[in-house]
Design a protein around this ligand. Structure first.
Ligand code: NI
Ligand code: MN
Length: 225
């Protein structure tokens, strides 16, 4: 399985049988990203919430015949009305797809589409693919029930926002990481805009006792899981 960082909170997972999963594909409007959208084909697009920096390029990247958009039901109906294939879920619900099991967890955050429609609750996503567990926390502040997620899942890769202002900053992301105790922490949602500028090396130092390693991924970089 491969994981490619597309900047901000966007990732492309390529799993067995070449199933391609895009998460929060904010690409073309990312001031730091220079990735050609035509290179990003997806079987699934997973969305943590409706904000523009997470829905991103979903409308143009999703193939109406082929791509399934997975998100909370309020947001799914927004895409379904436009003729897209969706799989609606809700917080606390899990479903086993052909690639593995996906469960939605809470995130303490808002959610509204760029054109002002209610997006339902914001979510974090736990993926269990083969024997690998990934937790993409979405946009969230620190909340105590992350301890429950740690109790229920042995997280290998923790994609955690560290940029502050809209989400946890490094201090709170460090507490979250101390609870989740992943093998690898992957900081995200920083530097994209001036207001979320921060130094991931400070995060790396802060969490060194809680993880095997912190993976500070360069934009466009791909790693094997
Ligand atoms: Ni947001
Ligand atoms: Mn965001």
């Amino acid at each position: 399985m491969k994981l490619r960082y597309l900047g901000h909170s966007a990732f492309m997972l390529t799993c067995a049988e070449n199933i391609r999963i895009l998460i929060d594909p904010f690409i073309s409007k990312n001031p730091l990203a220079h990735i050609d959208l035509s290179t990003l084909k997806a079987d699934y697009i997973l969305l943590t919430h409706a904000h523009g920096d997470h829905i991103g390029d979903t409308l143009s990247l999703a193939d109406k015949q082929h791509t399934t958009i997975v998100c909370v039901s309020e947001l799914a109906s927004y895409f379904a009305k436009e003729g897209y294939k969706t799989h609606a879920m809700q917080i606390g619900g899990a479903f086993t797809f052909d690639f593995g099991r996906l469960k939605l967890y809470p995130a303490t955050h808002g959610s509204m589409t760029p054109d002002g429609r209610y997006g339902g609750l914001a979510a974090g996503i736990v993926l269990e693919i083969g024997n690998i567990c990934l937790y993409h926390a979405g946009d969230t502040g620190l909340f105590g029930d992350m301890k429950l997620i740690a109790e229920l899942h042995k997280v290998d890769y923790f994609m955690v926002p560290i940029g502050g202002n809209f989400t946890m900053d490094i201090q709170d992301a460090t507490i979250a990481t101390s609870w989740i105790k992943p093998k690898y922490a992957i900081p995200m949602h920083y530097d994209t805009f001036p207001v979320i500028k921060t130094d991931p090396q400070v995060f790396r130092t802060a969490v060194q006792d809680f993880v095997d390693d912190t993976l500070i991924l360069q934009l466009g970089a791909e790693i094997s899981l």
